[in-house]
Design a binder for this molecule. Sequence first.
Ligand code: ADP
Length: 474
Amino acid sequence: MIHNLRPRHIRTRLTLWHIFVLASVLAVTWSFTAFFLFLQLREQLTHYAVQEIENVEGLLYFNAGGKLDLREDYHKHPDSKRLLDRLLEIRSPEGSVLYRNERLGSRSLGGNPLPDEGEDQFSPRSTRLDDGTPVRMVSRRWPLDGRPLVIRLAFSEEPIRARIEELALASAFVLPIALILAGLGGYLLTQRALGPLQEMARRADRITSERLNERLPNDEVGDELGQLARVFNHLLARLEQSFEQLRRFTSDASHELRTPLASLRSVGEVALQKDGCREEYRDAIGSMLEEVKRLTTLIDSLLTISRADAGCIQLHPTIFRVMDLARQAAGFFEVLAEEKGQHITIDGSEGVSMKGDRVFLMQALVNIIDNAVKYSPAGGTIHVRVYSEQAGTIRLEVGDSGPGIAPEHVDRIFNRFYRVDNSRSRQAGGTGLGLAIAQWAVRVHGGDIELLSTPGSGCTFRISLPAPITSASF
Ligand code: ADP
């Protein structure tokens, strides 16, 4: 229920809070001011009462009948109003009333004297008369003709209370007007401040996956809303980039799949059309199987890439010697290299070990050596080198004696489906994904891969991996 009462708009909530805080501050300020004003005015009354007691002391006398009386002459006195208003009662210390002035009449002023009331000094106190009138009273003990008296003089507190009430009444009129004006000002201010936010919400509403190039407005403003817009725009830019990458990947992948499929179909169709002998059918099936193999490799690579993108590849790190990894990877190409008359050499530090997922690092190295064998001419040499650097980095280098890669391709060589020479790569069975997978496998281990290429004199791919484990810690 309470939840339903909560205003929907931030600007209404802010305005209400603003009014509430302002009203509280004003109420507290006003209460303190009224309280201190009251104390100050009451102190003034006390001061007058003390003055009056001193006057009264000089005017008291016992008349012929032994009764206490006062020589009063209001009209000659400059402060006659104060004289008229004062309430005067004189008692014996035992409590019997000896004198009450006309204004006080029969009302008692403070009851029986307290034991040390007015002793040595003036004792001020606030009390009420029998009829409830609040008064400020001052007492003083004073001997007259050897008889001790308790003189009590008081002024009504009603006028000062009335003053405070008038002030309260005036504030009761002014306060709501002040609050309405403050609320109105606050509402307009918040509406103005939140205006850009509404504009941002409207624009964000229009953004869909097809319109990711839209950006939120006001991102050049230096305030918090500007910062919010900037953060959202950066997010949109990253999303747009990812969507674009995904779109490109999907269309490149379909394109890549189409080529071997088309080739499969045409080989099949040609074989079916002619009435060939058994040998010709065997050839056709052989080349169809070749295409199927290519398709399988491509689909495996696509699967690895998409699983890596989705972050669902689990690494299983183990500790192993990097030289063993290099030997095993090179071993896969021994027969192929021999067929091409190529020579693979492996050298480096035997003691270099590392912790990582052997399968994926092997995949990275195999992809690179595969390229080196593929693109090096017959009779060429492929060097695999393993060493560690003092800065705590393991280096794995694969150099070949192929054509190298021209500088303009170096930046894009690790991009998916990027090939320097399309037809040559396809002919050699390349998918255009080998280096992208190798780069992912190295990066997921906190390392990096770079190409040191000198066109015309072969390529050197260098894998750098962090934190080697020396043979001592094995
Ligand atoms: P592919 O499967 O086509 O080899 P890669 O991602 O492994 O795909 O390599 C991308 C492209 O980089 C290759 O098509 C080729 O043009 C070029 N390339 C890679 N390695 C070498 C190399 N050792 N020598 C020359 N060119 C290379």
